[in-house]
Each structure stands twice: as C-alpha cells, then as structure tokens.
Design a binder for this molecule. Structure first.
Ligand SMILES: NC(=O)c1ccc[n+]([C@@H]2O[C@H](COP(=O)([O-])OP(=O)(O)OC[C@H]3O[C@@H](n4cnc5c(N)ncnc54)[C@H](OP(=O)(O)O)[C@@H]3O)[C@@H](O)[C@H]2O)c1
Length: 315
C-alpha cells in the first residue's frame, strides 16, 4: 500500500479526535481521515458531517470490519484503549493509540505480540516525538552531551468533577499528563544510551482518591524531576542541563517549536508549525509504507517502559 493513500478511521468522537481529524486532513502529507466511529450512531454521523468524512459508524466493531480503512486512531478515554486497540488489531488494522497507550504492561505486551503476529503497526500517539523541532533537537543532542539533568512538568486545571477526577476512569495527573514527562525522561535516556532507573514518586491524592498532583524523581547518570498536575498550572518549558550549559524547550514543551541553549556554546532551533498532530500521522504512514512493525521515532519498547513506571507508581 502507498503511504500517500493511508486511510484513517477514528475510534471515539471526542475532543482530541476532532483535533487529529482537523490536523491530518488539513496538514498531513501521507494519509487522510475518512471514517469516524462512536458508540452512538448519531454522534458519529454528526462528527462525519462536521468534518466532511465519507464514513460514519455507530460501533467500534463496524469500524474494525470496515474495508474503507487501513489504520485506526484510538481516541477514547484511557481505560478503553486496550480493548479497542485489540479489536482493531484482530481485524488487521494498523493502530495509533492515544497516550497513555494502556494502563498495564501486560496489556501492552499482549497488543505488541498481536500486532506483530498480524503484521501491522502499533504505535502510541506520543506526538511530541514527531515534531520537527524535536527531531532537530534529537539530531543535535549528542553533540551537547553529557546531559546531567532534566526538569519538566505538565500541569493545568482540569474541569472539577470531570473524568480526570474519577478513579473508575483511571483519572489523575499521572496517567493524564505525567505520561508526557516520563516519556521525555525515558526517551532522553534511550537517545543518550543511559540506563533508565526506577523513579521515586510523590503523589498528592484528592478527595476522590485520584492523584491530583505527582512528581517523579530519577537518580542516575541523568537526573530527572518530572511534575504533573490537574489542579495547578505548572511551568510549561522543559529544561535540560549539562556541566556548563542549559537548554530550554520553550513554550509548551510537549508541542515543541523553539529550543534554545546557552553556556559554552549557544544555539537555537526554531521550527514553527501549524496544527501539530499531523507529524505523528505522517511518521506512522511512512512506517506502514515501509512495512515496519515498530515506529523508530516512538518505539514500542519506550511505551512499555513508560507504562511500567506509571503502573508501579500509580496503582
Ligand atoms: N495527544 C494529545 O494532545 C491529547 C490531548 C488530550 C487528550 N489526549 C488523550 O486522548 C484520549 C481522549 O481524550 P479526550 O479529551 O478526547 O476525551 P473525551 O472527549 O472525554 O472522550 C473521548 C471519547 O471516549 C469515549 N468516552 C468518553 N467517556 C466515556 C466513558 N465514561 N466510558 C466509555 N467511553 C467514554 C467517547 O467515545 P464515543 O464518542 O464513542 O462515545 C468519547 O468521545 C485520552 O486517552 C487522552 O489522554 C491526548
């Protein structure tokens, strides 16, 4: 199959599904969203009409069985990811699953094994890894090394009483936004060839029992402090330090467009973009076209490490 013709379907007609659909159909170079599935047929039809999609399905099974779709973007709330991804893989679809990919390492291992057996691609939608500024930083990072320390957070005030405060829906800061910072730490270790130690975690639980704030402290060759909150605004820039240099991923570091560093050497990467979700879709499509069963920019092994860290800390 030509990756220029990758046909996307989306499972779940929620908030992030709209952004993905918009960004891919507006800006992606390799593929188009052609279908939406929701648990409710009217909801799917409304989404399809608003986004000008030719196909709408009133169940995830109908999407899995659709001959019109090559790849499925799983955009439901996190506790549903594992079952829906499994359904799509069983039907031979390539799967891009939103973060956190799943909530248990055992589920991830099962999905990876299933994807390999079916000869299809499974990738977590950790979009930061695919932004042009990030790819440029990844190229330049070894020249700046050794990196001694990383500090990053993701925190904002979520709707009080909403799904993120519900323990039955795997609410909490760690799964929702801590996953970004833990990914950053794990990916840096991978890029720099360093071991990734288990972190010490501090959780602050709210009245519903979910972790409203959490912090992960990593000791090792790369020190790390990763914060997450659903009740407070936290610093949006990420910071890396070497012996005699500092680096900042400015703005919202999880949508990286500008990187600056200073010290013995100074430099800047500026890659302003429109949209943002199209880059992971294009990387995914390129991997499918090349017949890859794992995505080099967002490897399954790193998803596994991140899930393992969060599963140990949060459950
Ligand atoms: N990459 C990013 O930038 C980014 C940003 C935000 C969120 N996310 C991730 O994307 C996923 C979806 O987030 P969202 O904010 O888009 O969520 P959302 O709008 O609240 O819900 C997404 C879909 O999940 C299904 N759903 C909602 N509540 C449910 C319930 N109680 N039981 C079963 N299914 C339910 C619905 O599917 P139907 O339409 O079929 O009913 C809904 O449309 C999450 O895993 C989140 O972590 C990623």
């Amino acid at each position: 199959m030509e990756h220029s013709t990758l046909r996307w379907g989306i499972a779940g007609a929620g908030a992030i599904a709209r952004r993905f659909c918009h960004d891919v159909n507006q800006f992606a170079t390799a593929g188009r969203v052609v279908a939406i599935a929701a648990r409710d047929a009217t909801r799917a039809a409304d989404f399809a009409s608003q986004q000008a999609l030719p196909h709408a399905y009133g169940s995830y099974l109908a999407l899995a069985e659709s001959p019109e779709v090559d790849a499925v973007y799983v955009a439901t709330i996190h506790p549903e990811h594992a079952a829906i991804a499994r359904l799509m893989l069983e039907h031979g679809k390539h799967v891009l699953v939103e973060k956190p990919a799943v909530l248990r390492v055992a589920d991830w291992d099962e999905l990876v094994e299933l994807a390999h057996r079916r000869g299809v691609l499974l990738m977590e939608a950790m979009k930061v890894m695919c932004f042009p500024a990030w790819r440029a930083l990844w190229e330049q990072l070894p020249a700046l090394a050794p990196v001694r320390r990383v500090r990053a957070a993701f925190g904002s005030c979520a709707e009080p009483g909403g799904k993120l405060f519900d323990p039955m829906l795997a609410g909490g800061a760690g799964w929702d936004v801590g996953v970004y910072g833990v990914w950053l730490y794990v990916a840096l270790c991978h890029r720099l060839g360093l071991d990734c130690p288990a972190p010490r975690s501090e959780l602050s639980r709210g009245p519903s029992g979910v972790d409203e704030q959490c912090r992960f402290y990593f000791d090792g060759a790369l020190g790390g402090e990763i914060g997450a909150s659903i009740v407070a605004e936290l610093d949006k820039a990420a910071h890396l330090e070497g012996d005699d240099w500092q680096l900042e991923i400015a703005g919202k570091w999880w949508n990286p467009q500008q990187v600056r560093w200073w010290g013995e050497t100074a430099g800047e990467i500026a890659r302003p973009v429109e949209g943002g979700m199209q880059f992971q879709a294009d990387h995914f499509a390129a991997c499918v076209a090349a017949g890859l069963l794992d995505a080099p920019w967002v490897p399954q092994a790193l998803s596994r490490q991140v899930i393992g860290i969060l599963e140990s800390a949060l459950t």
